[in-house]
Design a protein around this ligand. Sequence first.
Ligand code: VGL
Ligand code: ZN
Length: 268
Amino acid sequence: MSCVQKCDFLITLLVAHLLTSTTASQMVPALVIIDVQKCFLKGGNLAVTDGDAVINVINRIRTTWREVFKLVVLTKDWHCQHHVSFASSHEDYSPFSDITLRYNSQGQLCDDEGTNVPSTVTCSLDETTKAVEQKLWPDHCIANVTTGGASSEIAEGLVTTRTDIFVLKGDNCQRDSYSAVWDNGNFTVTKLPEILKSNHVTTVYLVGLALDYCVFETAMDIKQLGYETYVVRDATRAVAEDTGMSAVSTMRSAGVKVIMTADLNGLL
Ligand code: VGL
Ligand code: ZN
């Protein structure tokens, strides 16, 4: 090979390398930690089976990939005392039963017999209302409550830093929000999409609780917003096994990648 040929060859290699490394450096990942709060852990009113196990897994991910996850968002399920998702806010309903809620076009909850959710409105029969199916839960994750089973505090053992961003969800008394993006009636959006956008995020890694509700709904919404979306399955736990399994298959069909912590080695 002459020098010219050799140089040509080397330049081609160099350009190829530059191209792949710029592509790789354009990937901007964010870690989104869903609802790792005392209300969902051992001793909590809505304790997820083996939920505490996610704490160490998430801490390991954070510390191993500290340089990679420049943006870490923690969400908090954040409910008022008589939140619409609490069975105790509806006469004659028990936890884990289902109810149909009705909202007017402004997203206000129509008052139905036996509901003690504050500030409900009267909706006339000829008014267009939206029906939203809601599962009712034990009282959990009450705003600013730091002790007892309804505590909304972040798990004690979870590593957090000064630069972490906190996003509240379910903080409207009349609307529940499994997703950290939209509430269950799709009336309002949280600040999460704006945070991802302003940080030029391309890829979102989701961990936390619970796989079959808030992790699931958040993953579906984030994917729909156009982000490469990963759920690190061993860093989550489900409320129930069957709903956990169907959440995984629905997410996979939607293009969400459900992976294990060990797979991060090839991705980050
Ligand atoms: C959740 C039920 C009620 C969750 C929140 O974080 O998965 N589940 N509120
Ligand atoms: Zn909740």
